[in-house]
Structures are given as C-alpha cells and as structure tokens.
Design a protein around this ligand. Structure first.
Ligand SMILES: [Mg+2]
Length: 197
C-alpha cells in the first residue's frame, strides 16, 4: 500500500487571499448607488450589511444576498451584479503568492496532500479561489458553512499529524486544543509564524 501523504490544510480568506482589500473595493462599488434617501455612502453600506447580513446574524454573506438587501431597501441596483462580476475579473491581485510559494517550498506538493478550506458561500468562495489561479493544485476543496474547527475534525483522524495554515487565532487555538501535535502556522498579512504553545 502506498504511504499516505501528510495533509496540509490551507485556509483561503485572509490566508491566501487578501479578503480585507476585496471588501474595501466592494464598498467602493456601492458608493454611488442612488436610493430613496440619496446616494449610499460607504458608512451606510457598512452599517446596512452589519445590521442584516453576516455570520453574527446567522447568515452567510453572498454578493447576491447583498444586492437583494439593497433592492429591498429601495436602492437602484441596476447593473450592479455585472459591475461586481467585472470587478472579480481582476481579483487575482488579492492572491498572496508570497504565502503560497512559501508553503509549496516547505511542503512540496509531491509529498503532501493539499486541502484548501474556506468558510462561506461556495459560489463566492469558488470565485475567489479561481481568481488565485491555484485551484488545480488542491487534492480537496472544502467549502464550510458551519463551524470550521468541527468541520475539519471530519477530515482528521485521532493521532494524525498534519499541517495547517490559518489567519484566525481562534481557529488556530481550536485546532491545537484538539490536536496538540499538529504543525500549525498563523498567517498575518504576509507574515507566517509557527504557532508556539
Ligand atoms: Mg481566514
């Protein structure tokens, strides 16, 4: 039987992909939308989103839900979906090749099983992954819509050694608690640090 490869789990948002900057660009897209009470400012847009969409509201953010929300609030969303699609065509600028190259150099793909995992709407997450141009490098793609740590559990056996790259400390700590022997890296912008406990 061939030896099983060690798994490398890599998060997408803010680990391999600069999601924060995409969000900022997203805001610009909505800046000039006419509505019942005038143009929608960046601040108003942010407030609207926070009040009605997002994981704290028990919903998964999607561009379609965002546009639907604006329509409901009386904003003119004509052409918005198309402009957003156009915007996503240049989203490869948010890919962080420095991080990915570091991973590939230290954990060569021939020797490791590559698994990308990502919380959110599968279509939207897929759009971002496609923009990175590395989709084909992955043995598995996990789109997660519930708890990340709990979901990852399903793909890891009790004493398995594996590697994980993640930007959120809460996830880093959650995975470490369950798997103290895992090699975990915390990614912060373009910095990678092995998590020491
Ligand atoms: Mg992340």
């Amino acid at each position: 039987m061939p030896e099983q490869k060690t798994k490398v789990f890599i998060d997408l948002d803010d680990t391999l992909f600069d999601t924060k900057s995409l969000k900022a660009q997203n805001y610009l897209l909505f800046n000039e939308i006419p509505g019942n009470t005038g143009l929608l400012s960046r601040e108003e847009f942010g407030e609207l989103l926070n009040s009605e969409l997002g994981s704290h509201k028990g919903t998964v953010f999607t561009p379609a839900a965002m546009i639907e929300l604006l329509q409901r609030k009386g904003y003119n969303t004509e052409g918005l979906a198309k402009r957003r699609k156009e915007m996503m065509k240049s989203a490869n600028k948010y890919f962080k090749p420095e991080i990915y190259q570091w991973i590939v150099k230290n954990f060569p793909r021939e020797k490791y099983e590559y698994i990308i995992y990502s919380y959110g709407d599968p279509n939207f997450q897929h759009e971002k992954l496609t923009a990175c141009g590395i989709e084909k490098d992955f043995d598995k793609i996990l789109y997660i819509s519930t708890d990340k740590v709990e979901t990852l559990q399903k793909y890891i056996s009790q004493n398995e050694s594996f590697v994980l790259f993640e930007d959120k400390l809460k996830i880093v700590e959650g995975v470490h608690q369950r798997h103290p022997n895992a090699t975990i890296y915390h990614v912060d912008g373009l910095r990678i640090g092995q998590y020491n406990f």
